[in-house]
Design a protein around this ligand. Structure first.
Ligand code: HEM
Length: 754
């Protein structure tokens, strides 16, 4: 007979799913440091280097000129079971330098000492001048064939697979800065196409601070730490940044995106990406269109809460990096669709009155829909951070036939800057031969010599014309990159922008008008925080004037927080049609790779815990058990203790129990346990109460069953929006999943603005 017990139905579903996840469970949660577990005692048997971890990839084993070598990846960097010098001579001791007696000075002749220390002394290279902090992953791009009408680029053909490497980054911070700061994120993709490498070097924000690349040093000098004290690190909440953007008002559009939730993404996996500039595409027939590139994440576009972002910067400064690697390791491969907005290639280069060469403007998706042209899946993490993520070099001039640039003055300047900086950063002109940068198309250039040359060029005539090398290599029309004969209108040589670039406010207003009330609240909070951190009153007042020119409500609300009068607008406020596509709130999305914290009490209530853990794995998420102590509880491994857990690590919280204060719940041992000596009296461990409290404050879904319900009551959140109780663990998780699909319990942020 069919069961009418909902808890039983859920249990049956969970049991059915369990069979599928045996493998996932055996690999357990992501984060293993190596491909084999570490033995207790120091190993004594020599062996070949361990293989990389299963989720790790490396660049293809190609020659500097793009040919496949077939060399297995592990043999590229290390081989043999014994420690050697860089020349392959085996070593019998690497722990003692060669000295004149045990108490004597080190001898100059100690070549092993000198090699080891000298190499170490030169391990660092300059970090990127911007986007220094980043994380990369390998993947594959598959074309849909839907772009054939507008571009002949071969990698977009239907079903065509192309290897890619993607590097995500923040802009302002140093290499060791925190991931979750408020900043723009870089989204740079290297497509190793058969027709030459294509680099799409974009951001998670579709507009830029400046219209002309000559201003790039200005905006970056303003955003970086103050040159005297070198503070603050990796953030815009300081005088020099707001000084610049309030004076240079074309920056206001990018700035409002930064102040919105887009400035603090939940994950690289939940970011949109934008090529920003307008590109020119050409098809087989030689016809051209103008186009903008978009990346649309499968998981939706989601952000952190500001307090969450701040806590994470201390609790887990590597949060985004870890999230990317963990998701790939857990098999929750991040995915994006690549899309294009297409515009006629008319001489005025505008669409619906919007200047397509102005990188401070978007074209709302409602006016020009984004058409999907292919899918990106990131499926392997780097094997070596330095060799891959640090040495990768992107350049906007890496274009395949079918994609060309436009005269956007920001794009034009970028065409110069990237290679120029890489000459210094990567130590010479041959960085395209570093494995991660090697093309997958045959290379036959006439570039020669230089530092770190890896190619053994044959022949005697690296010049054209020649007869000694048979006239080779030849140029060709066939499948070649062709510079399009775009007509440049006759004009005087001049340092000026087109007048259409002068409107600095109407699209900022459009963005504001497109936000939901809760998103507007977050924007007000962000401006109030950032300007509140400025020292100079004049800078706050000047930026308030800019806000008045965007929207009076925005200006008034921020002015209240700053304790300043709200000025009147100095420009007419534009009538704008909101673009719903700009809001992040209102849909439902899959929860792949989300982290579910499960609080357990070793004293009881453990019946459903293993089952819930399996159900979380089966849903493509990661369960992390949180217990008073490490080790095992009820047959399941504990990933976090009350001392090591912090709410910001979890997307949602389940409570299987209401654990009493653990022995280490003493303020002297764990500050999170609180300073008010009531530990002995508390019914629930104060760290569990803090977990619940923070998850609630950050509008995360919370679920409980059994004894866990008592913990909700103790924390005073039972019965509030997004807090569910159920008869069984399975039912609690099912309800939690439903809440998680909207990313946050938005009702917990009541809004005061419409
Ligand atoms: C639409 C505007 C821009 C976008 C979307 C953008 C995006 C990016 C991204 C994603 C990176 C990091 C690449 C990586 O991960 O290795 C980067 C690096 C860099 N960008 Fe930009 N950028 C923009 C404007 C500019 C401008 C105007 C300049 C200079 C005129 C510039 C100069 C640089 C430099 C020097 C680097 C460091 C490159 C390296 O060391 O390899 N960028 N940019």
């Amino acid at each position: 007979m069919e069961s009418h017990n909902p808890a039983k139905v859920v249990k049956d579903v969970v049991q059915a799913a369990t069979a599928k996840v045996a493998d996932a469970l055996s690999s357990d949660v992501p984060g293993k440091p190596g491909s084999a577990p570490a033995p207790l005692n120091e190993p004594t048997t020599p062996a070949e280097p361990l293989p990389p971890k299963k989720e790790q990839g490396t660049p293809d084993t190609r020659t500097p000129t793009g040919a496949e070598t077939g060399v297995p990846a592990p043999a590229k960097a290390q081989q043999g079971a014994y420690l050697t010098t860089s020349q392959g001579a085996r070593l019998r001791d690497t722990d003692h330098s060669l000295k004149a007696g045990p108490r004597g000075p080190i001898l100059m002749q100690d070549h092993h000492f000198r090699e080891k220390i000298t190499h170490f002394d030169h391990e660092r290279i300059p970090e990127r001048v911007v986007h220094a902090r980043g994380a990369g992953a390998h993947g594959v791009f598959v074309g849909y064939g839907t772009a054939a009408d507008v571009t002949k680029a071969g990698f977009l053909a239907k079903g065509k697979e192309t290897q890619v490497f993607v590097r995500f980054s923040t802009v302002l911070g140093s290499r060791g800065s925190a991931d979750t700061v408020r900043d723009t994120r870089g989204f740079a993709t290297k497509f190793y196409t058969d027709e030459g490498t294509f680099d799409l070097v974009g951001n998670n924000i579709p507009v830029f601070f400046i219209q002309d690349a000559i201003k790039f040093p200005d905006i970056i000098h303003a955003g970086k730490p103050h040159p005297d004290r070198e503070i603050p690190q990796a953030q815009s909440a300081h005088d020099t940044f707001w000084d610049f953007v309030s004076l240079h008002t074309e920056a206001q559009h990018h700035t409002i995106w930064n102040m919105s939730d887009r400035g603090i993404p939940r994950s690289y996996r939940t970011m949109e990406g934008f090529g920003v500039h307008t590109f020119r595409l050409v098809n087989e027939a030689g016809e051209t269109v103008l186009a903008k590139f978009h990346w649309k994440p499968k998981l939706g576009t989601h952000s952190l809460d500001w307090e969450e972002a701040q806590l994470l910067a201390g609790v887990d400064p590597d949060f985004h990096r870890r999230d990317l690697y963990d998701a790939i390791e857990a098999g929750a491969f991040p995915e994006w669709e690549l899309g294009i907005q297409v515009f006629p290639d008319a001489p005025e280069e505008t669409f619906a009155g919007i200047d397509l060469l102005d990188p401070t403007k978007i074209v709302p998706e409602e006016l020009a829909p984004v058409q999907a042209i292919g899918k990106l899946t990131l499926n392997r993490t780097p094997t070596n951070f330095f060799a891959e993520t640090e040495q990768v070099a992107f350049h906007l001039g890496h274009l395949p036939p079918g994609i060309d640039v436009t005269n956007d003055p920001l794009l034009q300047g970028r065409l110069f800057s990237y290679v120029d900086t890489q000459l210094t950063r990567l130590g010479g002109p041959n960085f395209s031969q570093i494995p991660i940068n090697r093309p997958h198309a045959p290379v036959n250039d006439m570039l020669r010599d230089g530092f770190h040359q890896h190619a053994m060029h044959a022949g005697v005539a690296p010049y054209k014309p020649n007869s000694l090398d048979g006239g080779n290599p030849f140029t060709t029309e066939e499948n070649a990159f062709a510079d399009l004969p775009v007509v440049v209108a006759e004009a005087p040589k001049i340092r000026a922008n087109p007048v259409t670039f002068d409107d600095h406010y109407s699209q900022v207003r459009l963005f504001w008008a497109s936000m939901s009330p809760v998103e507007k609240e977050h924007i007000i909070r962000a401006y109030t925080f950032e300007l509140g951190k400025c020292y100079e009153q004049a800078i706050k007042e000047r930026q308030l004037q800019c806000l008045a020119n965007i929207d009076p409500v925005l200006c008034e609300q921020v002015a209240v927080g700053l304790g300043l009068p709200a000025p009147e607008p100095t420009v007419p406020l534009a009538e704008v049609a909101p673009s719903p596509a700009l809001s992040q709130v209102g849909g439902r999305w899959p929860g792949d790779g989300r982290m579910i914290g499960i609080v357990v009490d070793p004293r009881g209530g453990l019946d459903d815990v293993s089952e819930v853990r399996r159900a979380v794995f089966a849903a493509g998420m990661v369960p992390l058990l949180i217990a008073p102590h490490g080790g095992m509880v009820g047959g399941d491994p504990v990933q976090r203790t009350f001392a090591t857990a912090r709410s910001v690590e979890f997307d949602a919280l389940l409570l299987a129990g209401a654990p009493a204060p653990a022995p280490d719940a003493l303020p002297a041992r764990d500050a999170k346990a609180g300073a008010e000596g009531g530990v002995a009296l508390a019914a629930v461990d104060p760290r569990v109460e803090l977990l619940i409290d923070e998850c609630w404050r950050h509008a995360k879904a919370i679920g409980a069953w059994g004894e866990g319900v008592a913990a909700l009551q103790q924390a005073g959140v039972a019965g509030t929006p997004g807090v569910v109780t159920a008869e069984s663990g399975g039912a609690a998780f099912t309800a939690l999943q439903d809440l998680l699909s909207t990313h946050r319990v938005w009702e917990r942020f009541p809004a005061s603005v419409a």
